[in-house]
Design a protein around this ligand. Structure first.
Ligand code: KIV
Ligand code: ZN
Length: 522
């Protein structure tokens, strides 16, 4: 393999999906996985199959359907975890089992409540067991950067001895600093010469805002796989952000001996939008590479400079990250064929019923909106995708809003079994009224925690995209909706969040009934 090639291991669907409030269904995970394949990542960590039947099914669907990247499933060192991970990824053209156990004393003592000797035994047994199924096995000593280096080296040596092909050194709690991490990895290479024969990987969290800098420091020390997530989502402050790593290598790789990734950078903006839309985690405006201001120039001096020569104030070209891809324009006279072609140009393969459904929705929106752009189409397709899940659906609504009377809403909501429920409510505002009318129709007393409205594109007739986070029995769930009508988009988002919340509650109840505690996520 090219010694300068840095493998991109995407964990958006595993570590990223562990962010509070994110609950992607299988269709949404598949859509993200297909887009990651278009982006050209090397590995997709598709999930943690033992955690729930839903997670298992999604990993299996990705393994069966998504071509190109290696598909990895996460597993603790327990036999059941490894078996579940293998059963989920085994149908992939290139499956991987990723197993982990902590090596820091703080985790060993307080969380695992065991001993270092036991950790060594578990690591050995887990890698050996995974290896019986799969050639490609990754091992991670969790919380490595807070662990005793010599002990972590012993555990890594065991993993290599048992046949691990990738050894990942996680900065699980975002504690390390670039120079410290470089030194840590260099010393590991000295203590475990076998690491030279496997891929060393880095997995950095962003608690101190150093995830990307630390990952890069790891690469400079010799690591050739970076674990990262689109838009930097992940546990707590998140993971190293994929787009920053990829563009750092693209922009500055030459300065460090020609390091590069295999990603198609022009797919970055679209991947970021898809992940933001489906997870409900908006991208901050000033976020590097994908924030809406990342290529905007406000001050007169900067604008003047960029007009004269782009490179005066830009180190990257917006087109390189795919920010110019809004060429597709459809209108209300466009037919099914034109829609299908436009969707194909965007990489969506839709035919049969899915095409009919997309066409129906497209016509509905085209009646209200003059021009439908590529960004609108992305939003419409993502919105349609959410309708595939078994859940509640907002069939119709009436909302009266006036400054003279309190706003009143009446809704019709279809239950998963097809029956229609009706509810009405007089609220503080039209959005509040529709949300509470939905609660009244379904009899579910969810509490609204977050509500956001964004415009998909500019212009007066822009599609509105809403995002709702609600709480039910202490668990949060998110939903999104798209429409030219904000109230309708809000209602759709709320109903979807409610369906997700109910699904999560049912899964927890099933786990409780089986007396199986939900596994702790890393
Ligand atoms: O942060 C972490 O340590 C992890 C491991 C499972 C790699 O997510
Ligand atoms: Zn992590």
């Amino acid at each position: 393999m090219d010694p300068n090639r840095v493998l991109i291991f995407d964990t958006t669907l595993r570590d990223g999906e562990q962010s509070p409030g994110i609950s992607l269904n299988t269709a949404e995970k598949l859509e993200i996985a297909h887009q990651l394949a278009r982006l050209g990542v090397d590995v997709i960590e598709a999930g943690f199959p033992i955690t729930s039947p839903g997670d298992f099914d999604a990993v299996q669907a990705i393994a069966r359907e998504v071509e190109g990247p290696i598909v990895a499933g996460l597993a603790r060192t327990h036999v059941q975890d490894i078996d579940a991970a293998w059963n989920a990824v085994r149908d992939a053209a290139r499956p991987r089992i990723h197993t982990f156990i902590s090596t820091s004393d703080i985790h060993i003592r307080h969380q695992l409540q065991t001993t270092r000797e036991d950790v060594k035994g578990q690591a050995r047994a887990a890698v050996a067991h995974a290896k019986q199924y799969c050639d490609d096995v990754e091992f991670s000593p969790m919380d490595a950067t807070r662990a005793d280096l010599e002990f972590t080296a012993e555990v890594c040596a065991i993993a290599v001895e048992e046949g691990a092909t990738t050894v990942n050194i996680p900065d699980t709690v975002g504690y390390t600093m670039p120079a410290e991490y470089t030194a840590y990895l260099q010393r590991l290479y000295e203590l475990v010469p076998g690491l030279r024969d496997v891929v060393v990987s880095v997995h950095c969290h962003d608690d101190l805002g150093l995830a990307v800098a630390n990952s890069f420091a790891g690469v400079l020390a010799g690591a050739r796989q970076v674990e990262c997530a689109v838009n930097g989502i992940g546990e707590r402050a998140g993971n190293a952000s994929l787009e920053e790593i990829v563009m750092l290598l693209h922009t500055r790789g030459e300065a460090v001996g020609g390091l590069h990734s295999g990603c198609n950078t022009r797919e970055i903006a679209r991947t970021s939008r898809l992940v933001a839309r489906l997870t409900g985690y908006a991208v901050q405006p000033n976020k590097a590479v994908v924030g809406r201001n990342a290529f905007a120039h406000e001050s007169g001096i900067h604008q003047d400079g960029v007009l004269k020569e782009r490179a005066t104030y830009e180190i990257m070209d917006a087109t390189t990250v795919g920010l110019d891809s809004n060429a597709i324009v459809l209108g209300k006279h466009s037919g099914r064929h034109a829609l299908r072609q436009a969707l194909e140009d965007l990489g969506f393969e839709v035919s049969g019923n899915a095409l009919n459904q997309a066409f129906h929705r497209f016509k509905e929106i085209a009646d209200r909106k003059k021009h439908i752009t590529a960004m609108d189409l992305e939003a419409i397709v993502a919105d349609e995708l959410r309708e595939e899940v078994e859940g509640y659906v907002l069939e119709w609504f009436d909302v009266e809003a006036s400054t003279r009377r309190p706003p009143h809403a009446t809704v019709g909501v279809r239950r998963p079994d097809g029956t229609e429920l009706r509810g009405s409510f007089t609220g503080d505002g039209p959005v509040d009224a529709i949300f509470r009318a939905i609660n009244s129709a379904t009899g579910i007393d969810a509490k609204l925690r977050e509500f956001r409205v964004d415009a998909v594109t500019g212009g007066q007739d822009a599609l509105g995209e809403t995002s709702v986070v609600l709480e039910l029995d202490g668990r949060s769930a998110a939903g999104q909706g798209v429409s030219t009508d904000i109230i309708e988009a809000a209602g759709r988002a709320y109903v979807r969040a409610l369906s997700n919340a109910v699904r999560r509650r049912e899964a927890a109840e099933r786990a409780e009934a089986a007396l199986e505690p939900e596994p702790a996520t890393p």
